[in-house]
Design a protein around this ligand. Sequence first.
Ligand code: FES
Length: 175
Amino acid sequence: MATESIDMVEEAVEFPQELLAFIDEWKTKPGSLIMILHKTQQTFGYISRPSAEKLSYLTGIPLARIYGVITFYHFFKTTKPGKYKISVCLGTACYLKGGQDLINEVRAILNIAEDEVTKDGLFSVDPVRCIGCCGLAPVMTIGTETYGKLTKEQLPGIIAQYYNKAEKRTSAPAQ
Ligand code: FES
């Protein structure tokens, strides 16, 4: 690789020192790629193309192999999640109580398909496995808030609260 293109990869996305140290520690260990990808996603919320390229450069693992792993495991995201990350539980208890209907409904309300983010960047929707409060099934979380015993009818009101929150933030007068 020419010096210029190495510099371009290095500058394309800035990795925090903690992530760089983690990569350095793990890159020679067996099974390192999954650990490094987890840490990268934890840091940025997703694994962008520039991040994947930089990981390839830092670890010497071919980009194609990195993408092979990212696309194999549904857990890894290649697009930036919405500001409000909606997770709908599809664990057994929630699934049996209509979790899939909830996920379909919330995507219909937001007009997005799987792995998409709303155009304003506010919402993304993902299925998750059991989040440990099965007694409240079906369950959905938005950021740190948990909504249990949820019905489809409650969804528009809940989503509207987040739109209002976002609007208040953007229209708040400068202090
Ligand atoms: S199955 Fe949904 S919280 Fe356990």
